[in-house]
Ligand binder design. Structure first.
Ligand code: GAP
Length: 463
């Protein structure tokens, strides 16, 4: 019954499939590692998360604009960004079963912290010292190869029609923000933004992750929501503190429990970073990175200036000062957010000796906002009336009509997918006062509302 059981993750994985939220990719072909598909309710949840993020990061801000850059970009971009040379994870091979494993994860499992950003030599040394304690999770052997760094960029042959295209590949983007950096000048030149300002983008990213672990937490194809904020060099840290506060408040508004969130300051900063924090969420497998909020200095635009040969400095129209803007970023995955939201909302509780699973989601994130039922399926007048109400409400809300099974089962099903309100048409509706019952997901209390007042009623409820 209680949450926080070790098996919470297993429960969420099977519930997410059973209830049409998340499916393993290519299941009928035996699955495809580290890729997941979002089902009919999952896609609604994802879309609502993205809408919520966009509203917070673009709509409500006078100083941030949106962008949709492409997945494929000039390959030189990935050289300039450092991804071709340095975007890699430390890997070992188990000599007994040939599994390929991530060294920092193996070390973490025995309580030794190693950072994926450490050099090959340093990580090799740490691993050698601890080799005897580390066991292959697949066969239990401690016989490993030396540590190698494995590049995470996914290669493609877009526009390259030669046999040996791997020598001159294009890349599926490893992060969305590079599309922002290379469009920064276009945005400055074509819109009315002035520094400080931000550019926000949501889109797919791809990484050849070595190990597939923890469900949708770490996948090879995922979606990022990133905002890059361009500042005057002297104002970077002031803007950074503000952004940290803003992003924390976002998670409060999203409805995540405060006790399940914390800040983690990076101790091993990459050479160009001024400061870096992660917002970590307490997933069933422990506190892990949900979002990164980083102060990146002038690294990105300096690199792109160098590699493209184009001057990316900013000319301040008021002060006439010319400088390379410094960048602070907020970067979070849609899937990682969805997993945090599901873990936070998934609740098992006892109701009069019966167990119910209820997804106590923020209403704005709920896949279905209102479900409408006739009390009985075999009474055409009830069915007709409820379908009429459903047809009206679906103009404004994502609704579901259900006349299957008994009413108790229909309520339970909607509870499980997090539907905040269920409307039921019963005999009183037809015979008495044209009112329906509206049941609240969390309290399970019902109140009678006149049909003609339903629109106003829900408008207030969803405000
Ligand atoms: N532009 C900075 C950047 O990409 P990152 O820490 O590599 O930084 C940012 O990724 C966020 O993207 C992470 O905090 C996480 O939410 C999400 N993310 C990264 N890799 C992921 C993966 N393999 N699967 C799912 N989400 C991932």
């Amino acid at each position: 019954m209680a949450k926080n059981k070790n098996d919470l993750m297993d429960k969420i994985v099977s519930w997410a499939k059973r209830r049409g939220f998340i499916f393993p990719s290519s299941e009928i072909y035996g699955g495809f590692s580290a890729v997941y598909d979002f089902g009919p309710y999952g896609v609604e949840l994802e879309n609502n998360i993205k809408k919520f993020w966009w509203k917070t990061m673009v709509q409500k801000r006078d100083d941030i604009v949106g962008l949709d850059s492409c997945i494929f970009m000039h390959p030189k971009i990935w050289e300039a960004s450092g991804h071709v040379g340095g975007f890699s994870d430390p890997l070992v091979e188990c000599k007994k079963c040939n599994s390929r494993l991530r060294v920092d994860h193996l070390l973490e499992d025995i309580g030794v912290m190693a950072d994926e950003k450490m050099s090959e030599e340093v990580i090799n040394e740490i691993f050698s010292k601890n080799k005897d304690k580390v066991k292959c999770p697949n066969c239990g052997s401690s016989n490993f190869s030396d540590v190698k760094k494995f590049n995470l960029l996914v290669k493609a042959n877009l526009g390259n029609f030669t046999e040996d295209w791997t020598k001159d590949p294009t890349y599926l983007r490893g992060e969305t923000c590079q599309g922002i950096y290379v469009n920064y000048k276009n945005v400055v030149d074509t819109t009315r933004v002035r520094i400080p300002f931000g550019i926000a983008q949501i889109g797919k990213a791809f990484r050849n992750e070595i190990t597939a672990r923890q469900f949708i937490f770490r996948t090879r194809e995922f979606e990022q929501m990133e905002m890059q904020y361009f500042t005057h060099p002297d104002k970077e840290m002031e803007a950074y503190e503000k952004l940290r506060e803003y992003r924390w408040q976002y998670y409060m508004d999203l409805g995540l429990k405060k006790e399940n969130l914390r800040w983690l300051k990076h101790e091993n900063l990459v050479f160009y970073a001024k400061e870096a924090y992660d917002i970590e969420y307490k997933y069933p497998f422990g506190f892990k990175e949900l979002e990164g909020v980083h102060a990146r200095g002038d690294y990105d635009l300096t690199q792109h200036t160098k590699f493209s040969g184009k001057d990316l400095s900013y000319n301040d129209p008021v002060t006439k000062e010319k400088y390379i803007p410094h960048i602070i970023e907020s970067s979070v995955g849609v899937g990682r957010t969805a997993l945090a939201v599901l873990c936070d909302a998934y609740t098992e509780e006892k109701v009069k000796d019966e167990e119910r699973i209820v997804l106590k989601l923020n209403k704005e994130l709920a896949p279905i906002k209102i479900a409408v039922f006739p009390l009985l399926k075999n009474k055409p007048q009830l069915v007709e009336k409820s379908f009429e109400i459903y047809s009206e409400l679906k103009e404004d809300y994502m609704c579901e009509f259900d006349d299957n099974g008994n009413i108790g089962k229909r309520y339970r099903r909607q509870d499980e997918i997090g539907t905040p309100y269920c409307v039921t048409v019963d005999f009183e509706t037809l015979e008495k006062d044209n009112s329906v019952t509206v049941r609240d997901r969390d309290t399970m209390e019902q109140e009678r509302i006149k049909i003609e007042e339903l629109k106003d009623y829900f408008q207030k409820k969803f405000k």
